[in-house]
Design a binder for this molecule. Structure first.
Ligand code: AMP
Length: 542
């Protein structure tokens, strides 16, 4: 129709071009061993152009997948733009997957080339005999390439050196695929989410907005969340869009390493799963000498943020946690827990009651909760239902998974998360459908119990799982990790009494077992599948 807008495709090429023109002197810093690698967006953009030339030279065709097996570094960030802007598809490989699953995802995605950090080459060596599609390996090393059995194999730096600073970028449509990630699924094989340029473009706009993470050119952004976990939650894309300085931690993820990095680079926004911040808090409490006053906010998600964690960071260290909820299938942002202006006057307790919820839907995301018959439940803050979502950055199907699409219906995606939605529009995750404890036909939220236990001053971590029960079908069992200084100094009764004061009687776990650590999934979440297996024969006290 005449008079409507230009047909301007929403692609990552716009971000690349924009940042190189407007912010050429802004810095990108990566921790590599004891030193920092530093360069500017202008330097980065030249190497992104060269890297696109490398993809041509290696014979990767438009639309084909390029695997990356890498930590959060500047080279990985070069791949983040060169691959999609050249019309190829970036497939970030989860370096913590067990070898058989790594083989599965590489073969399923039909990766043509794999770019790997030198330190991760031994991982590839182990599985290379099983890879069906990979025609070339490229190793990203600072010096000579490590010895390996990979073939054919090239040096990233040598390949880049042979190309030119200006690549003839192809015309892209906004609905072309830009990137893909596999879910870290705890059941069955991982499933793939394929992201379009348009999805990432719109997601970046929404994530950057004030009222969401509010990321601007003034920020210094440190993604601790791995670049293979839902594209580091999209942060490298959003940071590029606005021209923020970026800091990458490389493989150095210990609490002292991260705290030193936050302090020395004056980081303003850092993001990751709660496990990371539990470890960092323990280090802060042990060694109070870190200066983290530069931090403006910490987006935390991937699992529920324990209230005690949020209160400690804010009240003692002045760092507000912004809780967010999302999924690999959602690029990943779904909801953000920011308060509405009139909530600022509420008493502190009540404000925290809201902040520990998973938040309001981002602009661009519709939500609803439905009961077991598929009927929408009211937004009353009480009625539970399975959360369903729709929006322009939510996948419409799993990639190449015919027959496994039962989570998509009538334009909605079933999340598998059980929630209540309150009259203000904030969701509260009650549980994953499969983690709920179903006792005598009623639901017990393992998440609520875990958060209450983790608020105990002697507790570091806690996970609650369902144990089969002859009378009630299932009953909760709490697995608790005491803080290092309190090992052996905390009793089962202490935990049960604390919970009895907070919850109705039948919610209190029948048993509490102290363990050394909660096992974690490949993206750092509590791995309840492992715990369920370990404790499947556990006998609850009568
Ligand atoms: P992933 O695709 O690995 O990011 O996992 C997505 C799942 O993580 C969601 O379906 C939720 O079950 C869980 N999740 C993500 N963010 C939160 C949060 N803030 N609170 C509770 N659970 C979360």
């Amino acid at each position: 129709m005449n008079g409507l807008m230009m047909d301007y495709p929403l692609t990552l090429q716009h971000f690349l071009d924009r940042v190189a023109r407007l912010y050429p002197t802004k810095e990108i810093a990566t921790k590599i061993g004891p030193t920092m690698h530093r360069y500017t967006y202008a330097d980065w953009a030249k190497r992104v152009n060269r890297l696109a030339g490398v993809l041509e030279r290696l014979g990767v065709a438009r639309g084909e997948r390029v695997g990356t097996l890498a930590w959060n570094t500047y080279r990985h960030y070069e791949l983040y733009f060169a691959v999609p802007c050249a019309g190829r598809v970036l497939h970030t490989l989860n370096l913590r997957l067990p070898p058989d699953q790594l083989v599965y995802v590489i073969n399923h995605a039909e990766d043509q080339v794999i770019f790997a950090d030198a330190s991760l080459v031994p991982l590839l060596d182990k599985i290379k005999g099983h890879l069906k599609s990979v025609k070339h390996f490229v190793v990203m090393a600072d010096g000579a390439l490590p010895a390996s059995a990979l073939s054919p194999v090239s040096s990233y730096e040598e390949l880049l050196a042979a190309e030119s600073d200006s690549f003839a970028w192809p015309h892209l449509e906004e609905n072309e695929a830009a990137a893909m990630c596999y879910t870290s699924g705890t059941t069955g094989n991982p499933k793939a989410a394929l992201y379009s340029h348009r999805a990432i473009f719109l997601h970046s706009l929404a994530q950057g907005m004030s009222g969401s993470f509010g990321i601007s050119e003034r920020d210094i952004v440190l993604p601790v969340v791995p670049m293979f976990h839902a594209n580091a939650w999209g942060l490298p894309f959003t940071s590029t869009m606005v021209g923020a300085k970026q800091v990458f931690p490389g493989p150095h993820l210990s609490p002292p390493d991260l705290l030193n990095l936050i302090q020395s680079e004056r980081v303003t926004i850092t993001a990751g799963v709660p496990t990371i911040w539990i470890g960092i808090l323990a280090e802060l409490e042990r060694n109070g000498h870190y200066d983290i006053s530069s931090l403006r906010t910490m987006p935390v998600g991937g699992s529920a943020v324990p209230r005690a964690l949020m209160e400690k960071y804010e009240k003692k260290y002045g760092v507000p946690i912004t809780q967010a909820w999302g999924m690999t299938e959602m690029t990943p942002l779904g909801t953000v827990s920011v308060l509405k202006s009139y909530m600022a006057d509420w008493p502190e307790e009540r404000r925290f009651d809201y902040r520990v919820k998973q938040g309001m839907p981002s602009v661009g995301v519709d939500i609803r909760a439905v009961d077991e018959d598929g009927k929408e439940v009211p937004w009353d803050g009480k009625t539970m239902g399975e959360l369903e979502v729709r929006g322009p950055w939510i996948i419409s199907a799993y990639y190449k998974m015919e027959g496994n699409q039962d989570r998509f219906h009538d334009g909605w995606f079933r999340t598998g998360d059980v929630v209540s939605i309150d009259p203000e529009g904030y969701i509260q995750i009650v549980d994953r459908t499969k983690d709920l404890v179903k006792s005598g036909g009623e639901w017990i939220s393992s998440v609520d119990l875990e958060n209450a236990i983790m608020a105990h001053p002697k507790v570091l971590e806690a996970a609650v799982i369902a144990i089969n029960h002859p009378r009630w079908q299932e009953r909760p069992l709490a697995l608790v990790v005491a803080k290092a200084d309190f090992k052996g100094q905390i009793s089962k009764e202490e935990i049960q009494e604390m919970l009895a004061a907070k919850f109705t009687k039948w919610w209190v776990p029948d048993d509490v077992v102290f363990i050394d650590a909660v096992p974690k999934t490949s993206v750092g979440k509590f791995d309840k599948k492992v715990l369920r297996d370990q404790f499947k024969d556990h006998v609850l006290p009568a």
